[in-house]
Design a binder for this molecule. Structure first.
Ligand SMILES: [Zn+2]
Length: 143
């Protein structure tokens, strides 16, 4: 079977809060929501604020592409098909949001990682799905 025309090929984010702008000049980013009442910010969308219990609609916000490595763990065993070792981490963003992610761009060795070190958001294609679309995932890498 012939390949689908390039125009039909899409970029699909692996999680709903990873946003890929239609304009290729704009970079992918993590989307959060901010409570209109108290300003608390969350990753992705939320129905209610867990800080002030407001159920008003929240504002969509583009989260920072820089953060700090809060905690990490080097994973040596995973499900079949997931290459190990890799670095699983929680990154804190300046908006007060914590993001579970992997750390890329560094050998998975504790000597390369430090709690509180600055990290940079990266979005990249990890595979092609059955329809030929690019599947985009994100990670953070040391700055
Ligand atoms: Zn609130």
């Amino acid at each position: 079977m012939a390949d689908a025309p390039a125009a039909e090929k899409q970029q699909k984010a692996i999680v709903p809060f990873l946003k890929i702008p239609a304009n290729p000049a704009e970079k992918p980013y993590l989307q959060g929501s901010r409570c209109k009442k108290c300003g608390a910010t969350y990753l992705g969308s939320r129905m209610a604020c867990s800080k002030c219990f407001s159920t008003d609609a929240m504002d969509d916000v583009k989260l920072s592409d820089r953060g700090e490595l809060h905690v990490f763990s080097i994973v040596h065993q995973s499900v079949p098909g997931v290459p190990t070792p890799y670095v699983a981490a929680i990154v804190d963003l300046p908006e007060g949001v914590s993001v579970r992610c992997n750390i890329s761009g560094v050998e998975p060795d504790p000597k390369n990682l430090k709690f509180g070190m600055p990290v940079q958001f990266v979005a990249e294609k990890i595979r092609t799905d059955r329809e030929g679309n690019d599947v985009i995932a994100f990670s953070f890498k040391p700055v």
